[in-house]
Structures are given as structure tokens and as C-alpha cells.
Design a protein around this ligand. Structure first.
Ligand SMILES: C[S@@+](CC[C@H](N)C(=O)[O-])C[C@H]1O[C@@H](n2cnc3c(N)ncnc32)[C@H](O)[C@@H]1O
Length: 241
């Protein structure tokens, strides 16, 4: 099994306790980060959404926040697709979220036609994609010209603030223990802090996004940089596929 397959298998294994642990381990603040990201992107998009694609959708949490943001701004979403390679996560998403098409696929091979999405999102998922460039290329391909990509992620940090040090202590000492206790999978919750530390910095992801052809729209840190929201646009002048 290669690294990517091992990661997907791990999410399949922890899927039954994923939602519960997410809320416990983040003290529920992840809800705020999701809400803020969806609200900001929906405001920037500013009109009806023909097709929204949530990649690495997991148990479908972000879709609920997309719907709330659209409703609060009087925006309609015609069609929603959730994509994830872990079947266990998708089965839970199907029980939780209605009127969504769920597809089992990785971010690097989205089974969707070119230029059909107005919004593409990925929350706390890009860090788990081994081929980040391949995923960004796919986001660009399926977006319509002028469409937005929205990424929420825990980025690695070069210079650590006091808050970063406290967060690291929590991530390395507390989170693996609580995670192991509830999910019975110690490795999965050791993987989480390690994957953040090994991932890119905010600046590195910004570079990758511009290399993939995106225009920057907004980058915002939440909770003193614990979580970062990136919103980028496929140029309106990009060739229509
Ligand atoms: C931390 S969860 C985030 C789930 C959800 N987006 C959320 O915000 O709760 C990461 C998700 O990434 C998915 N994933 C792992 N490798 C992936 C890949 N190569 N392409 C797309 N998704 C992937 C996992 O199956 C898992 O559902």
C-alpha cells in the first residue's frame, strides 16, 4: 500500500468516530472557521451557484455550512457534489446530508467535466493529498472561468508564536491520547499533528496556487493562525474548455 492509500485507509478506519472526535478535539471552534470561510466565499461569489463541489468532503460537514451561508445571503445553490476516496466517510455523509451527489474519488482525479463548477472547496483535506499540484490542477480544470476555490487548512509554521507553541503541545500531547481513547486508533491521531508539521506553510501554498493559475482573492488566519482560509479565483479570462 502506498502512502496515499494508507491515508485513505486510515480515514476509513476512523470514520465511525470522526465527527464526535472533531467536535471534542477542536472544542467546536472548527464550526466557526467553516462558517467564516463559507460566508466570505459566498459573499465574494455573490450570485446563484450552479454547481458547488466539495472535495475531501469526509462526512459532509462543510456542505452544511455552504448551505447556511447561501441561505443567509439569499443565494441559491442548484447542485452540490461531495467527493472523497474513503467510502466509510462517504457513507456517513450520505446519512447526514440530503440532496447531494457523492462520488468516491481522490482530489487528483475528479470524475467531473471541465469548467462545470462555480465553487470548489476542500476543508482540512488538502494536507492529506500526497500530490497537491495534481489536486490544484483538477480544481482549476473543473472550475468555470471566474469560479472560486476555497481551502481551509492547518498550515505548518516556521516562526512559532506562543499560541503556536501551546497548540503544538496540545496537538502532540493531548490530541493523540484523547483520539486514541475514543477511536481506538492511536496511529491516526498521531498522524494528525505530524501531517500538519510536515505540510506547507501559508506562503508555500500561495505559491502553488499561483503556479496552478489561480488569482489570489483572500487569505485569512483564524484563531491566531491555527487555521487558514484561502480563497482564489480561476481568472475570468481563462479559456472556456
Ligand atoms: C480531516 S478529513 C476532512 C473532512 C471534511 N472535509 C471536514 O472538513 O471535516 C480529511 C478527508 O480527506 C480525505 N482524503 C484523503 N486523501 C484524499 C485524497 N487523495 N483526495 C481527496 N480526499 C482525500 C479523507 O478521506 C478525509 O475524508
Amino acid at each position: 500500500m502506498d502512502k496515499q492509500q494508507r491515508i485513505i485507509q486510515m480515514f476509513n478506519d476512523i470514520s465511525p468516530t470522526y465527527d464526535r472526535l472533531n467536535r471534542i478535539l477542536s472544542f467546536g471552534v472548527d464550526r466557526r472557521w467553516r462558517r467564516n470561510g463559507c460566508q466570505a466565499a459566498m459573499k465574494i461569489h455573490g450570485g446563484p451557484v450552479r454547481h458547488l463541489v466539495d472535495v475531501a468532503t469526509g462526512t459532509g460537514d462543510l456542505i452544511l455550512f455552504w448551505r447556511q451561508a447561501a441561505a443567509s445571503q439569499g443565494i441559491t445553490i442548484e447542485r452540490i457534489t461531495g467527493v472523497d476516496p474513503a467510502r466509510g466517510m462517504l457513507e456517513l455523509a450520505q446519512e447526514k446530508v440530503n440532496d447531494v451527489t457523492f462520488l468516491e474519488a481522490p482530489a487528483t482525479a475528479l470524475p467531473l467535466a471541465d469548467g462545470q463548477a462555480d465553487l470548489v472547496s476542500i476543508s482540512y483535506g488538502i494536507r492529506n493529498v500526497v500530490d497537491v499540484d495534481g489536486a490544484l490542477k483538477e480544481f482549476y480544470r473543473i472550475l468555470a472561468p471566474g469560479g472560486l476555490a476555497v481551502i481551509l487548512e492547518f498550515m505548518s509554521r516556521e516562526k512559532l508564536t506562543l499560541m503556536d507553541r501551546m497548540n503544538r503541545l496540545y496537538m502532540h500531547q493531548v490530541l493523540p491520547r484523547v483520539g486514541a481513547l475514543i477511536s481506538r486508533d492511536k496511529a491516526a491521531y498521531t498522524y494528525l499533528p505530524e501531517s500538519i508539521q510536515d505540510f506547507m506553510s501559508r506562503e508555500q501554498l500561495c505559491d502553488k496556487l499561483s503556479q496552478a493559475g489561480f488569482e489570489p482573492v483572500m487569505v485569512r488566519d483564524e484563531f491566531l493562525g491555527i487555521s487558514t482560509c484561502f480563497i482564489v479565483r480561476k481568472p475570468a479570462s481563462a479559456a472556456t474548455p
